[in-house]
Design a protein around this ligand. Structure first.
Ligand code: FES
Length: 179
């Protein structure tokens, strides 16, 4: 009876492509240390994948010669980088003081109810992810929301949220007028 070939542990497929790794490495001369490239590397991976999965964190760490925990620390400090894929458009509804006093919480609830999701979730068609945010730095638009393609919305009311969601469902835009 022939001996069975020893089974090999399954090989993990790399998440970071060679061109993406090269882009990250090209930043090294511009920063005082490889560690200092952590945040720009996270942004590059996020731009490429629309998320930063655990394996990508490990691969960034390897490139930067730091521990995955350090990459995770940076990632969790900013709270900007999702680990799972998000919708085509990500929108943050502000719930900090200026917006909260003008109904930000209720508008977040209204947006989620209209899309039949909870804060932090993505619509089943993958078009919109709705999240709450602390001050977005656009308090003069309170209650305000910000899409990740740069569109600013506010001051919002329920009708404004409906109009915002209708616009976001159409996809990403670089520039758009305020509602
Ligand atoms: S408190 Fe909402 S943008 Fe500043």
């Amino acid at each position: 009876m022939p001996a069975e070939a020893p089974s090999r542990p399954p090989q993990k497929i790399a998440i970071l492509t060679e061109p993406l790794k090269e882009k990250i490495c090209a930043l090294f001369p511009r920063y005082p240390s490889k560690r200092a490239v952590t945040l720009p590397a996270l942004h590059m991976v996020h731009e490429h994948l629309r998320c930063v999965p655990i394996q990508a964190m490990a691969e960034i760490a390897e490139l930067l010669e730091i521990s995955p925990a350090e990459v995770h620390d940076t990632m969790s400090f900013y709270g900007f980088f999702p680990q799972a894929p998000i919708g085509d458009v990500r929108v943050w509804v502000c719930r900090s003081i200026s917006c909260m006093l003008r109904g930000g919480d209720e508008l977040l609830e209204h947006a989620c109810k209209r899309l039949s999701i909870h804060p932090g979730e993505t619509t089943p068609d993958g078009k919109i992810t709705v999240e709450f945010a602390e001050c977005l730095g656009i308090c003069d638009h309170a209650p305000a929301a910000l899409a990740d393609d740069g569109r600013v919305y506010g001051p919002l009311d329920e009708a404004g949220v409906d109009a915002m969601l209708d616009e976001l469902k159409k996809g990403r835009k670089d520039e758009a007028p305020h509602i």
